[in-house]
Ligand binder design. Structure first.
Ligand code: ATP
Ligand code: MG
Length: 566
C-alpha cells in the first residue's frame, strides 16, 4: 500500500506538532489516532480527520493508530468495523500493526475507575438519569450535589463491584467523577463515567454489564497508547478540561495534548451518522454505498478516486471555525483529475435512430478516435461506423429555434471522428407525431471530420453505430437534498422533507461504443459531452453494464461546439 508522505498543507495543528518536535517534546515522536465509533459507515467528514491524522503522522515519521471507540454496544456492529477498515485502506492509509479497540481496554479502564474511587475522586450515584439532569444546573446556575456524593470509598468500591457483576438493573446506579457541581463548565459537574447496560457487546459478549462513557474511555485509551496529539473536532473543546482532569487525577505517565479543529460540513448533504442511518433504514437510498451518499463507500461506488478525496481534504484545510464547504469543490477535483487521466468514449444516453441513406448497407468502417485530447500518449482507438447509427435525441430538432445549431432538416453537422451528414427527412410515429427516425445523407469526402473544400459546420455531435452498440443502463445523479443545508432546522425542519425527488435518473436504453468492453472496471472514463462515468460494480452484469455518472462536464465541450471545430 502506498502511504502518503507528501508534506501536509500548513495549518495550525501541523505548526503545533512542528514546534513540539523542534522542542524535543514527547521524545520527538508524533503518535496520532483515528478513533471511529463503529456505529455507521465513514463519510467524507471522517476522510478529513483520517487525512489529517494519518497525513501528519506520515509526514513526521510517526504513526497513526486506528482505534475503534466501541464503548456503546447498543449501536455498534462488526459490519461497521469491517467497512471502516476497508475505507481507511482504500483512502490509502495504513495503520500497520496498530489496530486497537477500546473494548480491549475494558479491564484496564475499569481498574482506572477503581483507582479514582480509591483516591476519593469518583463515586457511585443512585439518582435516576432524570434527577441527574435536573441537578446539573444551567449555564447561569450551579448544579446541586448528589445526595450520594459522600459515600465512603468502601461503599463505592463495593457498589461498583456489584454493578460490574450485573447485580443491578440498568439505570439503578452510575459511577461519577467527583469534580465540582458549581463549575462554570457543565462537563465538569460530576460527569458520569460508567453506566449499567445489559446489552451484549459485539466483541466482549456478555462479559461486561457496565460500560465506560466516551469522555472517560477516550482519554485513558489515548494515554495507554502513548498518543502525543489527540486531534478531535470542535465540539470537544469544552470537554478538554475533563480530558485533562481525568489524566491528572490518575497521574497518567502519558498525557496527550487534545487539539480541536472544525468538522467538515458540505452543501446539499448531511453528515450525521444518525441521519445517514435513517436514510438507509427508511429506504430513501439503496444502502450506505448508494452513490448519492456522502459516505466513502458511496463516493467509491460513484467513481471518486482516493486521490481526489485526499486532494479535496488538503484543499479545504484545517481551521478553528466551523464552516460549510461547497460540494462543487469535491466535484471540481474529480473532474480535473479525470480530465487528465480518463479515456474518452462515445455513448448515447437517449438514443434517436439515424439512417444514412447513401451509405452502403453492409459496410463497416473502423474510424480513428482520440482517447484523450489532454494526453497524446493515450493514443487512439478504432470506432465502428455503419449505415444506422444513434445520436442523442436532444441533438435533433425538427423545428430548430434560433440558438439551436445541431441537426435539423436540411442542416449539415459533423459526426465526431466520422463524416459530415445532412438531414434529408424524418419518420414519425403516426399516432404521437414523435420523430422516431432521422434520415440523412453523408459526404464521403469528409471522412475523419474535415471537408476538403473547407466548408464549416456549426456543430459536432457524438454517435454510436447501431449494429455494434452495447446496451447499457446509465444512472445520472443529482444532489441528494434540494436545500443547500439540510441540517439547518429552519431550512429543513425534518431533513427528509428536503430530499431531492430527482436525485437519481435511470436511463435504461443507452447505447455505448463497443470499446467500452475493454475498459478497466474500477476506472472512470468520459462519455463525450455527457460527463465522467464508471462501471457500477454492484449492479453491472456481463451482458448488461450499468454506468454511474460521477460528475457532468463543465462546459468545455460546449465552448468547442460553439466554435464549430472538432
Ligand atoms: P456522528 O456525530 O455523526 O456520530 P462522530 O463524530 O461521532 O459522528 P466518530 O465515529 O466518533 O463519529 O468519528 C471519528 C472521528 O472522525 C472523530 O475524531 C471525529 O472528530 C471525526 N469526524 C467525524 N465527523 C467529522 C467531520 N464532519 N469532519 C471532520 N472530522 C470528523
Ligand atoms: Mg463520536
Amino acid at each position: 500500500m502506498d502511504e502518503h508522505v507528501s508534506a501536509s498543507p500548513s495549518n495550525f495543528i501541523r505548526n503545533i506538532i512542528k514546534e513540539d518536535l523542534d522542542a524535543g517534546k514527547n521524545d520527538s515522536m508524533v503518535i496520532t489516532r483515528f478513533p471511529p465509533e463503529p456505529n455507521g459507515y465513514l463519510h467524507i467528514g471522517h476522510a478529513k480527520s483520517i487525512c489529517l491524522n494519518f497525513g501528519l503522522a506520515a509526514e513526521f515519521r510517526g504513526r497513526c493508530h486506528l482505534r475503534f471507540d466501541d464503548t456503546n454496544p447498543a449501536k455498534e456492529d462488526v459490519e461497521y468495523t469491517e467497512s471502516i477498515k476497508q475505507d481507511v485502506r482504500w483512502l490509502g492509509f495504513d495503520w500497520g500493526e496498530h489496530l486497537y479497540y477500546a473494548s480491549d481496554y475494558f479491564e484496564k479502564i475499569y481498574q482506572y475507575a477503581v483507582d479514582l474511587i480509591k483516591a476519593g475522586k469518583a463515586y457511585v450515584c443512585s439518582l435516576t438519569a432524570g434527577e441527574i439532569r435536573l441537578n446539573r444546573g444551567t449555564l447561569t446556575e450551579p448544579g446541586k450535589d448528589s445526595p450520594y456524593r459522600n459515600r465512603t470509598v468502601e461503599e463505592n468500591l463495593e457498589l461498583f463491584g456489584r454493578m460490574r457483576a450485573g447485580e443491578f438493573e440498568e439505570g439503578a446506579h452510575v459511577l461519577r467523577a467527583k469534580i465540582d457541581m458549581a463549575s462554570g463548565n457543565i462537563n465538569m459537574r460530576d460527569p458520569v463515567m460508567y453506566r449499567i447496560s445489559k446489552t451484549a457487546h459485539h466483541r466482549t459478549g456478555e462479559t461486561w454489564r457496565i460500560y465506560p462513557l466516551y469522555d472517560f474511555a477516550h482519554c485513558v485509551s489515548d494515554s495507554m497508547e502513548g498518543i502525543t496529539h489527540s486531534i478531535c473536532t470542535l465540539e470537544f473543546e469544552d470537554h478538554r478540561p475533563l480530558y485533562d482532569w481525568f489524566l491528572d487525577a490518575l497521574g497518567a505517565p502519558c498525557h496527550p495534548q487534545q487539539i480541536e479543529f472544525a468538522r467538515l460540513n458540505m452543501t446539499y448533504t448531511v453528515m450525521s451518522k444518525r441521519k445517514l442511518l435513517k436514510l438507509v433504514e427508511e429506504g430513501h437510498v439503496s444502502g450506505w454505498d448508494d452513490p448519492r451518499m456522502p459516505t466513502i463507500s458511496g463516493l467509491r461506488r460513484r467513481g471518486y478516486t482516493p486521490s481526489s478525496i485526499r486532494d479535496f481534504c488538503d484543499r479545504i484545510g484545517v481551521a478553528k471555525r466551523n464552516s460549510m464547504v461547497d460540494v462543487a469543490m469535491l466535484e471540481y477535483g474529480i473532474r480535473e483529475e479525470l480530465n487528465k487521466t480518463a479515456m474518452r468514449v462515445m455513448a448515447v444516453l437517449r438514443p434517436l435512430k439515424v439512417v444514412i441513406e447513401n451509405y452502403p448497407d453492409d459496410r463497416t468502417e473502423e474510424l480513428d478516435a482520440v482517447n484523450n485530447p489532454e494526453d497524446q500518449a493515450m493514443g487512439t482507438r478504432k470506432v465502428p461506423f455503419s449505415k444506422v447509427i444513434y445520436i442523442e435525441k436532444e441533438d435533433f430538432m425538427e423545428v430548430p429555434h434560433k440558438q439551436f445549431f445541431r441537426l435539423a432538416p436540411g442542416r449539415e453537422v459533423r459526426l465526431r471522428y466520422a463524416y459530415f451528414i445532412t438531414c434529408s427527412g424524418v419518420v414519425k410515429d403516426t399516432e404521437t407525431g414523435e420523430v422516431t427516425e432521422v434520415r440523412c445523407t453523408y459526404d464521403p469526402l469528409t471522412r475523419g471530420g474535415d471537408a476538403p473544400d473547407g466548408r464549416k459546420v456549426k456543430s459536432t455531435i457524438h454517435w454510436v453505430s447501431a449494429r455494434h452498440a452495447i446496451d447499457a443502463e446509465v444512472r445520472l445523479y443529482d444532489h441528494l437534498f434540494t436545500g443547500s443545508n439540510p441540517s439547518d432546522e429552519k431550512e429543513c425542519p425534518d431533513f427528509r422533507g428536503c430530499l431531492n425527488p430527482r436525485s437519481l435518473e435511470v436511463l435504461n436504453s443507452c447505447k455505448a461504443e463497443p470499446g467500452i468492453r475493454g475498459l478497466p472496471e474500477g476506472k472512470g472514463f468520459q462519455f463525450e459531452r455527457q460527463g465522467y462515468f464508471c462501471h457500477d460494480l454492484c449492479d453491472s452484469t456481463k451482458d448488461g453494464p450499468v454506468f454511474n455518472r460521477i460528475v457532468s462536464l463543465k462546459d468545455t465541450y460546449a465552448k468547442v461546439l460553439k466554435k464549430g471545430t472538432k
